[in-house]
Design a protein around this ligand. Structure first.
Ligand SMILES: NC(=O)c1ccc[n+]([C@@H]2O[C@H](COP(=O)([O-])OP(=O)(O)OC[C@H]3O[C@@H](n4cnc5c(N)ncnc54)[C@H](OP(=O)(O)O)[C@@H]3O)[C@@H](O)[C@H]2O)c1
Length: 339
């Protein structure tokens, strides 16, 4: 199937009405409305990430212009290529860059993107599973890579995962368990304790329990490593409680952007703070991470964390992710028929 200039196809579009209110819903668009790009891709699967929730409400920090099509993730097949390195029929995965932010994203039957945004879907990974991972799994995998590079071995002690029922959090729990780590999951959802235990957490604690006295520069050591998706006071508390030469990875901001902290964890305990950017991850590292997720880091039973919706249903999930109410990953079946 291809998209000619006039053939219409569905996308989820966010627009501002005459009263200045922002609305989202399924629209029919044509190829000539898409941004230019060397690759025309028929999208099969996309996903919902926290950032997509912001874009779906027209947040100017993500959706730079309206109308906008959210979706920072897309997996599908190239239907037209103006780049000699890519051929029609190749399966690709695209996450981050400007997809779904500065440029229209993956909640659309077709996207057009620069060739250097695409990663060939590695053998052994289906397009559907790639989108269950999506940016969330890609980010969790980068956090894991930092822990390994900082020589935080599975025998070093427990690794804390904050925001554990969220997309990045639950995939971090699963990946760490898969590689033999002892995982402590921190969550605000008491009802999710058995689900997190089934995914691999050896202990589940309430999110308030990881906060320690902010007036003290250091807390008793609890963690050999941390995957933090929350930021703010939670990240600061996790750093204060990390042991000698431990590593804390920071990727999220749902709990705040400030970091109330002294330098003592770094200069007295040798703690490393490793930042993660999935949006601006260089292409060679992107390829490496996707290859890992398709091979030695490949997780069995991904469907346990996936809730599948169509483009017509995705709007109902947006307020849930922004309220921190989603458990696991929301997969968007872009290829499904929508009314
Ligand atoms: N740097 C990067 O490259 C990168 C990539 C992906 C995501 N992110 C960021 O990472 C964060 C998580 O993304 P996601 O897609 O996993 O989102 P998500 O699925 O919505 O998960 C976020 C989780 O954080 C917890 N939470 C929500 N509000 C909270 C609050 N006020 N205080 C403490 N915890 C709270 C909740 O888990 P519990 O109920 O279990 O506590 C929630 O499920 C977001 O800030 C996102 O922008 C960054």
């Amino acid at each position: 199937m291809s998209a000619s200039g006039r053939e219409s196809f569905p996308c989820y579009q966010v627009q501002r009405d005459e009263q200045g209110q922002v609305h989202g819903g399924v629209s029919q668009i044509t190829r000539d409305q898409l941004p230019d790009g060397e690759l025309l891709i028929e999208v099969q699967w996309s996903s919902l990430n926290y950032k997509d929730g912001l874009a779906a409400l027209g947040h100017p920090g993500v959706a730079r212009r309206l109308p906008h099509v959210p979706g920072i993730d897309a997996a599908g097949v190239i239907v037209e290529s103006r780049n000699s390195q890519w051929q029609t029929g190749q399966s690709v995965v695209i996450t981050g860059n400007e997809l779904g932010a500065g440029q229209w994203g993956g909640w659309s039957r077709f996207i057009q993107v620069p060739a250097n945004w695409a990663v060939a879907l590695p053998e052994g990974l289906s397009a559907r599973d790639a989108m269950i991972y999506g940016t969330a799994g890609f980010t969790a995998a980068q956090c894991l890579r930092h822990l390994i590079r900082a020589e935080v071995e599975p025998t070093a002690g427990p690794v804390l995962v904050t925001g554990a029922t969220g997309g990045v959090g639950c995939l971090a729990v699963m990946l760490l368990k898969h590689l033999g780590y002892e995982v402590v999951a921190s969550s605000g959802k008491s009802a999710a304790e058995s689900w997190l235990t089934e995914l691999g957490a050896s202990q589940v604690v309430d999110r308030s329990e990881v906060l320690n006295s902010p007036e003290k520069p250091l807390a008793s050591t609890r963690w050999a490593g941390v995957v933090d998706t929350v930021g703010g006071a939670t990240l600061a508390a996790a750093i204060r409680a990390t042991g000698i030469n431990g590593c804390v990875t920071a990727c999220g901001v749902v709990g705040g952007a400030e970091l109330p902290l002294s330098v003592y964890p770094f200069i007295l305990r040798g703690v490393t703070l490793a930042g993660v950017t999935s949006q601006n991850c260089p292409l060679p590292l992107r390829r490496e991470i996707w290859k890992k997720l398709a091979s030695e880091w490949s997780l069995p039973g991904l469907d346990r964390i996936a809730n599948e919706v169509t483009l017509a249903e995705i709007g109902g999930e947006v307020s849930k992710i922004l309220a921190g109410q989603i458990q696991g990953r929301t997969l968007v079946n872009v290829g499904a028929d929508v009314a």
